[in-house]
Design a protein around this ligand. Sequence first.
Ligand code: NDP
Length: 324
Amino acid sequence: MEYRRLGKSGLQVSALSLGSWLTFGQQISDETADELMGVAYDAGVNFFDNAEGYAEGKSEIVMGKSLKNHGWERDTFIVSSKVFFGAENKGPNGIGLSRKHVIEACNAALRRLQVDYLDLYFCHRPDKNTPIEETVFAMNTLLQQGKILYWGTSEWSAAEIMEAISVAKQYNLIGPTMEQPQYNLLERKKVENEYLHLFNNHGLGTTIWSPLASGLLSGKYTKGSTGDTRLDMKGMEWLKESVLAEEKLDKAKKLQEYADELNIPLAKLSLAWCLNNPNVSTVILGASKTEQLKENLTTIDILPRINDEVIEKIESIMQTKPVL
Ligand code: NDP
């Protein structure tokens, strides 16, 4: 495994990490989740990603049990939660980034994950109904209490992140260390354009999500059905419609041909492409089966093959490079 600094922080995070959205507490059994955690940890993964909103809090309960079950020493892994969407429907103060919800959601995540502190705590989305000052102060309270070690954002605009950094500077507080954006061969604008000054001038780290665009960039939907996948899960019609858009499928099909030429599984090529960006601190993997995770974890081995020629060819196929 390769380890990278989380932005300018001193924290070393495995280049590949494991997330639990849609899978833990929902799509897969608790036994499979426990097995995935073990496979990841044994391969050197040290970061496990979660959120209060995943499976309405069940995802954190399943992960917490698995962490306990494996008995790993606390200083050998990094675990996260995210606040914003709420774990269960608890009314107007059960969501958002108010001081009340940020503090209560953290305490609830600690209970569900059965840990004394969260290594990373994210604001899952910006909250238009809470002043950024209130959230920055709440995060710093949790830092002071030792309940979180680093805080960050997810899917915030560069301007919003910059505002949080400025507020923190103004009051001598600790600003966001990392952002969690979507980043893959089809979704590149934030990471490759909008956030550049945050990387260069403020040392922002990134924990990127949906590196395979929900499985599309593994190539499996160019060959066949959506059976036994997240796209056929109840309530995921919106995702199915987005993932199976004709233009995206066409690109995936062409990329699959190139991956075949290189004799590299497309999932690994797509993940390696993400890792090739030095502003990516960690690529969060998702998996519903241990075989998927095992395949994806061997991506590190093919990194030396991702040279300029390969990148150029991928660019010419995808045509998704944002204009600077
Ligand atoms: P991916 O885009 O990599 O999708 C993972 C899914 O793709 C798997 O669950 C599986 O789906 C399929 N898959 C994975 N590997 C293979 C393979 N080798 N061959 C075939 N199919 C494969 O990542 P996710 O969308 O799961 O995102 C990763 C993590 O990022 C999440 O778990 C979560 O922690 C985080 N996240 C954060 C968000 C945020 O707003 N901050 C939003 C979304 C995710 P299937 O079961 O269908 O086969």
